[in-house]
Design a protein around this ligand. Structure first.
Ligand SMILES: Nc1ncnc2c1ncn2[C@@H]1O[C@H](COP(=O)(O)OP(=O)(O)OP(=O)(O)O)[C@@H](O)[C@H]1O
Length: 264
């Protein structure tokens, strides 16, 4: 269980998280949604003790992160990819984490297998593609077999097979009774993966509800999301460009206009 109570974080004049309260319960995937800059990563960082709240608190299984005896065995998180030494192999990176976290060395090869990196475990992690780095970050989160898991945009840069794998992994972790908090901008993916949703905008809670309830009136999750966040998106481009589309653009020609005037 994750409990967030009246959590507030300011960076200078910006209130990134504003008196935010919600709970994430075990046995379900809870999606964490909000427009760009709405405070999702800041909230997750505070849960993981990486940022200090100005007011309020976040507890994991009843305790602040700093009070956990063996943090990696109680909570796992993927907050950003590439948080490893580029010169170390994937296996050496996980082995170092295991040694520091009081985790059996045998878990290293287990989690490498779970994320599909066994064949490249000896390769320097700095040579990994973004998708492979993301998988290594997920392996690190799973290493201590924790009850509570947080994933910030885990499907970023994964190919379709990877996206489906993440969906099934999240669902199986929840089916084992774990607490899973998952942020993603891919709403269609969230509709397939999450049971419950916490939606925020400008650091404030907009909805704390089940996917089923939010879409009960026949709306898609995307429509419900846009309606909820319409007043709080900081960045939203126009969908009809204010310039006329030229016949060239309409045909999908991407060569800059005028390029043909100076043939080489
Ligand atoms: N270290 C920092 N210093 C200053 N401002 C910050 C810092 N971290 C976050 N912010 C600001 O806090 C607000 C919330 O940012 P945050 O990254 O938590 O949002 P987010 O919902 O995760 O966004 P995105 O979906 O784009 O990843 C933004 O206005 C951001 O610019």
């Amino acid at each position: 269980m994750i409990e967030v109570q009246e959590l507030t974080k300011r960076y200078g004049p910006t209130t990134a998280v504003d008196a935010l309260s919600f709970e994430v319960r075990p046995g379900a995937v809870t999606g964490f949604l909000g427009p760009n800059g709405s405070g999702k990563s800041t909230t997750m960082r505070m849960v993981m003790g990486l940022d200090k709240p100005d007011t309020g608190w976040a507890r994991i299984s009843g305790r602040l992160y700093g009070e956990l005896s063996w943090p990696l065995r109680e909570v796992g998180a993927l907050l950003e990819a590439r948080t490893f030494h580029p010169g170390r192999s994937a296996r050496a990176h996980l082995a170092a984490l295991a040694a520091g976290g009081g985790i059996a060395r045998a878990r290293v090869d287990e989690v490498l297998g779970v994320v599909g990196l066994s064949d490249v475990a000896g390769r320097r992690a700095g040579t990994f593609s973004l998708g492979m780095a993301q998988r290594l970050g997920i392996a690190a989160a799973l290493l201590g077999d924790p009850e509570v898991l947080l994933f910030d945009e885990p499907v970023n840069s994964l190919d379709p097979e990877g996206v489906r794998w993440i969906r099934e992994l999240m669902r199986s972790l929840a089916a084992e009774g774990r607490t899973v908090l998952l942020s993603s901008h891919l709403i269609s993916e969230m509709a397939l993966t999450a049971d419950h949703l916490v939606v925020i905008g400008q650091g404030r809670l907009l909805a704390d509800t089940s996917v089923r309830e939010l879409t009960a009136d026949g709306r898609s999750l995307e429509e419900a999301f846009f309606e909820l966040t319409s007043g709080s998106a900081e960045y939203r481009g126009v969908t009809t460009p204010p310039f006329p589309s030229t016949p060239q653009r309409a045909r999908g020609v991407t060569k800059p206009v005028g390029a043909e005037r100076n043939p080489q």
